[in-house]
Design a protein around this ligand. Structure first.
Ligand SMILES: [Fe+2]
Ligand SMILES: [Fe+2]
Length: 287
């Protein structure tokens, strides 16, 4: 994997797979804490550069601006299939090892969940969880779309990958944002916390009106590794978060490890998914 180009920073040719390969390697099953740390240290320069930009720019002001820009869902109406096909136009030209399209990645995730007999809404989550990556197609930079997410407006946990890069974030100079609770109340609940902006919070907003809380937690927090993997930010967590955490954890292996199984047959699977989408969602969704 190579260092990001200027084009990838602007979002024209995003290398989304790069971050996902990194996370997959980082949380490889059976890895010791020591190996985990060494993996971080040896992370390739492209991923390091990605996190340098992410941690520098994801400030309170940035997040509030992006929430305002996107959470009103003013980017037109699309069905789930249309959204998936739109996302599929995102060509990852940097990774010759991955011949899977975005749509195939979504289907691999959802099919693995389906095979294990989980509830139908969870199969749906598998399919839709990365649709928010269409933010790249709206011109958002890669570091503002994928990557570990974290709360803004309070002290950063050292469980966030590459915490040293936060030194360049403007919030480092705002004392109010640097206390344990920052702008939040103790145990205020993660739903009341502003997370760094990206595809997770965006897709959760799109689906908010239609899916159960368990599903929305999987969508909103699937990249919040500091919380669901490392147990950080428990001081902001409430009882609902604690109950939902087990579902977020249940989803994570499917996101990480369903790659590499056989290529899904989109045509054959389509009728099942037509029915699944119709069960939970309106034909057209606001994006
Ligand atoms: Fe994701
Ligand atoms: Fe994913």
């Amino acid at each position: 994997m190579s260092a990001p180009t200027a084009a990838s920073e602007k979002g024209s040719f995003p290398k989304l797979e790069q971050w996902e390969d990194f996370v997959q390697g980082r949380y490889k099953e059976g890895k010791s804490e020591l190996e985990f740390r060494q993996y971080d240290a040896k992370a390739n320069s492209g991923v390091a550069e990605f996190y340098r930009l992410n941690h520098q720019h994801q400030s309170v002001d940035y997040v509030l601006k992006k929430e305002k820009q996107y959470f009103g869902l003013t980017r037109g109406k699309k069905s789930v299939w249309e959204a998936a096909e739109y996302l599929n136009t995102l060509i990852d030209d940097s990774d010759p090892d991955t011949d899977l399209t975005q749509l195939e990645h979504l289907l691999q995730t959802s099919e693995a969940i389906r095979r294990d007999g989980h509830p139908r809404w969870m199969v749906l989550v598998g399919f839709i969880h990365d649709l928010g990556k269409s933010l790249c197609l709206y011109g958002e930079p890669q570091w503002g779309v994928v990557g570990d997410t974290f709360p803004v407006g309070c002290a950063w946990s050292d469980q966030i990958v590459f915490p040293e890069y936060f030194a360049n974030n403007p919030d480092a100079n705002v004392p109010r944002y640097q206390t344990k609770y920052g702008i939040y109340e103790p145990n205020c609940g993660l739903e009341n916390v502003h997370m760094s902006f990206g595809h997770d919070s965006y897709i959760a907003e799109v689906m908010k009106a239609y899916l159960p809380d368990e599903a929305l937690y999987m969508l909103r927090f699937h990249s919040f590794y500091a919380w669901h993997r490392h147990g950080a930010y428990q001081h902001l967590q409430n009882e609902k978060d604690l109950a939902m955490l087990e579902w977020v954890k249940k989803f994570n292996p499917y996101d990480l490890y369903s790659k590499g199984h056989s290529k899904p047959d989109v045509k054959r699977l389509r009728p099942y998914y037509d029915e699944l989408f119709a069960e939970f969602l309106p034909e057209q969704l606001a994006w």
